[in-house]
Design a protein around this ligand. Structure first.
Ligand code: SF4
Ligand code: SF4
Length: 134
């Protein structure tokens, strides 16, 4: 683990129990957009508004999750090696609801497609139950 990174505040579990902590692909592939009222100017303790950008009258997106080379402004570390979300406890609902493929026995093809974009192997159906991590 990179000693320069802060103590885990993002992805639950450890490198051994949570594959998201050595991945971060979804944070570098997809636009993370959500309803404006999730931001902390409307909801105390919500997503830090300063880390977002307005994309429609009613929706925000995490900064730097758009464009040809997206990488969320809140993602720390090296994707595919060691990562964590700097705002884990305040991340938007779109991130909270994004489960690793086959976590809790459910597939998530978008997880594996993000991993493929990073050159990472897909999760298989035998992935053990994991905490929500992205
Ligand atoms: S949800 Fe999937 S793509 Fe996102 S960090 Fe976890 S394993 Fe990687
Ligand atoms: S807010 Fe956190 S979990 Fe969501 S895309 Fe950004 S780094 Fe990933």
């Amino acid at each position: 683990m990179d000693p320069k990174l802060p103590e885990p505040s993002c992805r639950e579990g450890s490198q051994n129990t949570n594959p998201c902590m050595s991945c971060g692909a979804c944070c570098t592939v997809f636009r993370a957009s959500f309803y404006w009222a999730e931001a902390d100017d409307a909801t105390p303790g919500g997503v830090p508004l300063a880390l977002t950008r307005q994309i429609t009258p009613h929706r925000l997106a995490m900064r730097r999750t758009e464009g040809p080379l997206p990488r969320c402004v809140a993602l720390l570390g090296t994707p595919g090696q060691t990562v964590r979300c700097a705002i884990y406890d305040r991340r938007p609902s779109v991130c909270r609801h994004f489960d690793p493929a086959w976590a809790a026995g459910r597939d998530n093809p978008r997880c594996n497609s993000a991993r493929a974009a990073l050159g990472l192997s897909p999760h298989e159906p035998n992935l053990p139950n994991l905490p929500k991590a992205a």
